[in-house]
Design a protein around this ligand. Sequence first.
Ligand SMILES: *[C@@H]1O[C@H](CO)[C@@H](O)[C@H](O)[C@H]1NC(C)=O
Ligand SMILES: *[C@@H]1O[C@H](CO)[C@@H](O)[C@H](O)[C@H]1NC(C)=O
Length: 403
Amino acid sequence: MEPEGRSTMTMNLCLLLSLVLLLTPVSSETVDPALQDLVNRNSDFAARLYQVIASRTDDNVFLSPFTLTAGLMALLNATNGMTQDQLLQGLSLSGLDPQTLPDLFQTLRTVILPGGEILNLRQGVAVFPAQSFQVSPSYLDLVQMKFRGNAETVDYSTPQEAVDAINRWAQEKSGDQVQELVTNLDPQTQLLLAIVASYQTQFSPAFNLSLSQEERFYMDRYHIVMVTMMSRTDKYFLAYDRSVKAGVLKLPMTDGTAMLVVLPDEDVDVTAVEEEVTAEKIQAWIKQLKKTKLEVQVPRFLLERSYSLKDVLQTLDITQVFQDDADITNMGGAKGPQLTQVFHKSIVTVDERSDDITAGDEVNVFSSPPPRLTINRPFIFIIYQQNTGSLMFIGRVVDPTRK
Ligand SMILES: *[C@@H]1O[C@H](CO)[C@@H](O)[C@H](O)[C@H]1NC(C)=O
Ligand SMILES: *[C@@H]1O[C@H](CO)[C@@H](O)[C@H](O)[C@H]1NC(C)=O
């Protein structure tokens, strides 16, 4: 009887272990190395793209690198030869086999968005060739299956109808958040890539609406705007980067993502920090975070930003896909189209809304009040998926009262 008992016990342990393994959330250590490699490469592209865009404007900035990468990888699959090599390199994907990339991306998407989508993210990517080209059924399948995208021809010879069709697509994909992606189109357009995203933050722990109040936000030495500051006292993860002189605050969200708020010291310009934002830097910030009790004040904001990315991508050495000799052969005909433009629009709403019901950490009113961190001057924010470190959004807020 005894050996039998032991073997039952062994079996139970086995079962227990596999249960524990099943229940343990994926952490960055357990992510497949090939996926982790793709995440790192995507972050590298995202940081380089952000630097180019941020260096060209003093205004607010907002980008959706994850959705952008999906769109550009869908396009990559329609390219060949030198055009593909150059695109691979520009996207920080050189050395990887382009044939395996769609599957790898699909796997990453299912890890990041289990069950298909996260509720508060709406996104779409689309490849829109002119009617003189065609979308092969196998390419259409791939764009739909691997990138959850659309691929269909558009009649650019009637520009207003083309504008309406593309804007209707953008409205549908963004849950009516993005109303207008394009305003006018060239009748000579051969191929457009369209990428939209809309995101609503849901902080966990949530900000307490009854503590929100009007406060000053110092855009620069001479310009002050009044903003609604959300507030909460809790235990937060915080880091300070001496080399760039900026604090980094982590604000977790209910969907498994977190926002990093990067706040330069008062005497440091936000653009000086931006020049140092690389994928490695972001990773280092996340590693250095330490738990500490804080009163945190963060402005409410809503950003809606549109970019035509042709120039920016060309700055990142993605040029051939836009040229007459572009090798885009997956769209029928002896000679495929050349890419005319990449339109990207994304929206983020940051406010007290949250379905987080946990109370957060108890804060003893009798103990001395914790230090206060007020985000009241221009800052960078990065929204990443915590399990994989995937960079979902990146932006800069100079004026929280402007879209
Ligand atoms: C596109 O992706 C499919 C599926 O992964 C692959 O078989 C095909 O070779 C890819 N095409 C190009 C041109 O990369
Ligand atoms: C929010 O703040 C108010 C005012 O200080 C307080 O009475 C209330 O308990 C707080 N609510 C939560 C959920 O912390």
